[in-house]
Design a protein around this ligand. Structure first.
Ligand code: GLA
Length: 397
């Protein structure tokens, strides 16, 4: 893919790229819909990534072409304008740089990716993080991987207009091989949690239902959490809480008395899910995969019943996974409403579980779902641009 990308770049712009930024997609192991409640998450970056080939321009313009989309685009680096399509994820980081007073130079860009789109594996965060990284290199700014995550996050909330949390961008920027990343979304402190030896594998199955965060359900959940918090504070349950993260399972009985049923269920998901993150990390550290799997199943029930973000397809994939020997536990991963399920499986059973889940899904829905075994991988980095650059640049962040 990299060679094709470099060729696309040459064919389009008549020169070699100066660098290629690579940013991975992510899968979230546990801690769903907790990030925008300032809580804990445990994603890992995966071995599928978006590549952005780049070379500087002196006229402050940005030109971009992507292998995934037919149309090319052009905009002004210092003042991009929102279009409502994929280009916004490229222009967003330029907006975020400008907003922070960082110089954003003109660039020629070409993009290729093997992160499936609309599958809940954060293809859009991977794109924004890769562009932010290319931009950092192009502008010579001293920015850390965490800065890139924050800039890419700002691109999404401030420019694209999705009120998402910071998990996806952090995972794409800071992922580590063979480990998950525990992120405290209030402080952005991170900690690596090794994924239990060679025994555990991560299987991801795509329901084939594409989801778009912008479609409204996500923003509605964000609003419901804010409303639940406001009601809890007003009722004196948690007068000083800044976010749902500040409530604990011990507050649930009082919360149930104070809130309407729907806000209560939304809050109960967030509060119990937040507590599950450290229990899950503890199980991984102890190599107790059955305990980790049981937490995934609990999380799934909570996402389905309390948070109401599952679908028939996701329910069916999880039930099929949980009914197959060698699968410790399954749940939907990402925002929900479609996208993928995650199955924690025994390494030597990965193919068998994929086969059995695929067959069960096909019997129910008449089509075979795509499945991938994903490996926890490192976060954003710079690869050499053209042959000339190989010696000069091979700087991991
Ligand atoms: C999407 C958002 C994340 C997070 C998840 C749900 O992936 O981009 O910020 O909220 O949904 O956990």
């Amino acid at each position: 893919m990299l060679e094709t990308l470099r060729e696309t770049f040459r064919a389009r712009y008549g020169r070699d790229p100066e660098l290629v930024a690579r940013a991975p997609g992510r899968v979230n192991l546990i801690g769903e819909h907790t990030d925008y409640n300032e809580g804990l998450v445990l994603p890992c970056a995966i071995d599928r990534a978006t590549f952005v080939a780049a070379a500087g321009r002196s006229d402050g313009r940005v030109r971009v072409v992507s292998e995934g989309y037919a149309d090319a685009a052009e905009f002004t680096a210092a003042a991009p304008v929102r279009r409502g399509d994929w280009v916004d994820y490229v222009a967003g980081p330029f907006f975020a740089f400008a907003e922070r007073g960082l110089a954003a130079p003109g660039l020629d860009l070409a993009i290729a990716s093997d992160v499936p789109r609309g599958a809940g594996l954060s293809s859009s965060a991977a794109l924004a993080v890769a562009v932010a990284c290319a931009l950092r290199e192009g502008s010579g700014q001293a920015l850390s991987a965490r800065d890139l995550a924050e800039l890419a996050h700002r691109a999404e909330t401030g420019f694209v207009g999705v009120p998402c949390g910071v998990m996806d961008q952090m995972a794409s920027a800071l992922g580590e091989p063979d480990a998950a990343l525990r992120i405290d979304c209030r402080t952005l402190a991170t900690e690596t949690v090794p994924i239990a030896g060679g025994d555990a594998a991560l299987l991801v199955v795509h329901s084939g239902v594409h989801r778009r965060l912008a479609a409204g359900g996500y923003a509605q959940r964000v609003a419901e959490c804010r409303a639940a918090l406001a009601q809890a504070r007003a009722a004196g349950v948690a007068p000083r809480a800044r976010a749902l993260r500040d409530l604990s399972p011990a507050d649930l009985p009082a919360l149930e008395r104070a809130l309407e049923p729907v806000p209560f269920r939304r809050a109960r998901h967030v509060i119990t899910e937040n507590a599950r993150v450290d229990r899950f990390a503890g199980a991984l550290r102890a190599g107790d995969l059955p305990a980790a799997g049981a937490l995934l199943r609990e999380a799934m029930a909570s996402l389905r019943d309390d948070y109401a973000v599952s679908t028939r397809e996701l329910d069916a994939l999880c039930a099929a996974g949980d009914g197959t020997p060698g699968c410790y536990g399954s749940r939907l991963t990402g925002a929900g409403w479609g996208g993928c399920t995650l199955h924690l499986v025994r390494s030597d059973a990965a193919e068998r579980v994929a086969e059995s889940v695929g067959a069960a899904f096909e019997r129910a829905f008449g089509r075979r779902p795509e499945a991938w075994r994903v490996r926890p991988s490192s976060g954003v980095r710079i690869l050499p641009g053209g042959p000339e650059d190989v010696r000069r640049r091979s700087t991991p962040l």
